[in-house]
Design a protein around this ligand. Structure first.
Ligand SMILES: Nc1ncnc2c1ncn2[C@@H]1O[C@H](COP(=O)(O)OP(=O)(O)OP(=O)(O)O)[C@@H](O)[C@H]1O
Length: 462
């Protein structure tokens, strides 16, 4: 039975001129975006590399902890701790302390955070935490945000824990460029993997680290963790300094000479450049050899910056002066960043309609062919639901004059987009036995869908 409010017409009516006709206007932009500017390669869907990276990140946020790690269930408002480094094997120290990093979920907001724990540390004075408050005021694109610090006995010792933003799937500069990698099989033989950091990449690292140092020094603090194991690559060539604030707490002294610590930052930065250029964490131990290796592979500009940073402090040695030295490199970096924003915007275009359309498809999936609702076995075949069923057939189950399925994605996307917009355009829905037809507008179908879905949602168990 058809609801009375819908016009019922005979299928032959469509052949008479009085019947209104509608010109199909394919909304091609829903299917294929035209990326601008034209310099970007024209692909219709998000590139696999970006998709893989984003999927990996979202998977990593949700990995479950391995059993038997004997970690605390709850820790100052965090739960589900998962170690971010290999458990077992040789352990390096963080200064004089052993440290571990965990991903944990906050009970407050359900988001993942990185907790760095310093083992067997006894806090001498609570005032040491005032510096964490200063760090928590620094929001910088090249610094991993410092949230809070606390002490805990949850690990059965006295531990210091500092909570940071979590950046899934990040690696340290050490892991990416210095740690020896297993040889790979290529061209029929095993070949060593290159550790070489291309000069362009090196400059992007230098500019970002310099920017982080400037941001911190401007706030009257020193970074103190500029080291290849503490600088993270959190995205493609995207650098963030991790573990900030922790050294300040560990070596807390209210009378610390900040100017001296800031000079030390510059030396650490210089060492890091040498380590990256020579693929050797201790490259600076043999200065002459390090300079020779660097000069062989990189321009004089890199050498000058590295040497400026590691030489003795002087009145002109500051992070600001470094920016004077590398000015033109900043412009190249700015160009690259703007290009990268443009590229991502154009990728976003190709995914623009997805969420709206998936939501509609989900609603239809909930409604169509539902075996029973409110004790009514024919619920999905009657009333508003009947319209939705016929509309589903109209969208997906059309056949051509030879009875072959019409598999036209453009038609599907056009119909769904008009449904989502609730347009006044009217379409003719025909029952499967062709005995009855309905002429309805997308607006009316949308109203049916909304009210039916609300009924379902009200009666749902979630
Ligand atoms: N805020 C963070 N977000 C995501 N991952 C992080 C974060 N901080 C650290 N990590 C990850 O945790 C892992 C361990 O970090 P850690 O600083 O201990 O490095 P490490 O190379 O093991 O250094 P160390 O030898 O000093 O322990 C690294 O792979 C790093 O990518």
């Amino acid at each position: 039975m058809l609801p009375p409010e819908y016009d019922s017409v005979h299928p032959m009516d469509a052949f008479y001129p009085s019947q209104p006709t509608f010109v199909r206007q394919p909304l091609n932009y829903h299917l294929y975006t035209q990326p601008l500017p034209s310099t970007f390669s024209h692909t219709y869907f998000i590139p696999d590399t970006i998709r893989e990276e984003l999927q990996k990140r979202s998977e990593l946020i949700r990995t479950a902890p391995a059993p038997g790690l004997n970690l605390p269930e709850e820790l100052a408002g965090y739960h589900t701790l998962v170690p971010l480094e290999h458990v077992g094997g040789e352990r390096r120290k963080f200064g004089n302390w052993y440290s571990s990093v965990y991903r944990a979920t906050s009970s407050k907001d359900g988001s993942a955070y990185a907790l760095r724990r310093i083992e067997n540390y006894r806090l001498a004075q609570q005032t040491a935490f005032t510096v964490i408050e200063k760090w928590a005021r620094i929001h910088h694109p090249n610094i991993i945000y410092v949230r809070e610090a606390f002490t805990t006995r949850a690990f059965n010792d006295n531990s210091l824990v500092v909570a940071y933003d979590y950046h899934p799937n990040s690696t340290t500069l050490f892991e990416a460029h210095i740690k020896p990698k297993a040889p790979i099989f290529a061209n029929g033989r095993l070949q060593a993997q290159s550790q070489y950091v291309p000069e362009r990449t090196l400059w992007t690292y230098i500019v970002q680290i310099a920017n982080a140092i400037k941001g911190v020094h401007d706030q009257g603090l020193a970074v103190r963790t500029i080291d290849v194991t503490k600088v993270l690559i959190t995205g493609k060539n995207r650098i963030r300094i991790s573990s900030c604030g922790i050294v300040d707490v560990l070596t807390f002294d209210a009378r610390q000479d900040m100017a001296l610590l800031q000079q030390e930052d510059l030396v650490m930065f210089g060492r890091l450049i040498f380590a990256l250029c020579c693929s050797n964490i201790a490259a600076i131990g043999n200065m002459q050899k390090a300079v020779d290796t660097l000069s062989k592979n990189y321009t004089n500009d890199v050498k000058n910056v590295a040497l400026f940073l590691v030489t003795k402090p002087g009145p002109h040695k500051s992070i600001g002066h470094l920016f004077d030295m590398i000015g033109s490199r900043l412009l190249i970096e700015m160009d690259e960043m703007q290009n990268s924003v443009d590229r991502l915007e154009s990728e976003l275009m190709s995914e623009l309609e997805n969420s709206r359309l998936v939501r509609l498809l989900c609603k239809m999936g909930f409604i169509n062919e539902r075996p029973e609702f409110v004790h009514e076995p024919r619920w999905s075949e009657t009333g508003d639901r009947y319209i939705i069923k016929l509309f589903r057939d109209y969208v997906f189950h059309q056949v051509d004059e030879n009875g072959n399925p019409v598999v036209n994605l453009s038609h599907v996307l056009t119909c769904l987009s008009k449904l989502d917009a609730g347009t006044d355009e009217r379409i003719m829905l025909v029952s499967r036995d062709e005995q009855s037809c309905l002429v309805v507008s997308y607006k009316e179908i949308k109203a049916c869908m909304d009210s039916t879905f609300s009924d379902l949602a009200r009666g749902s168990s979630s």
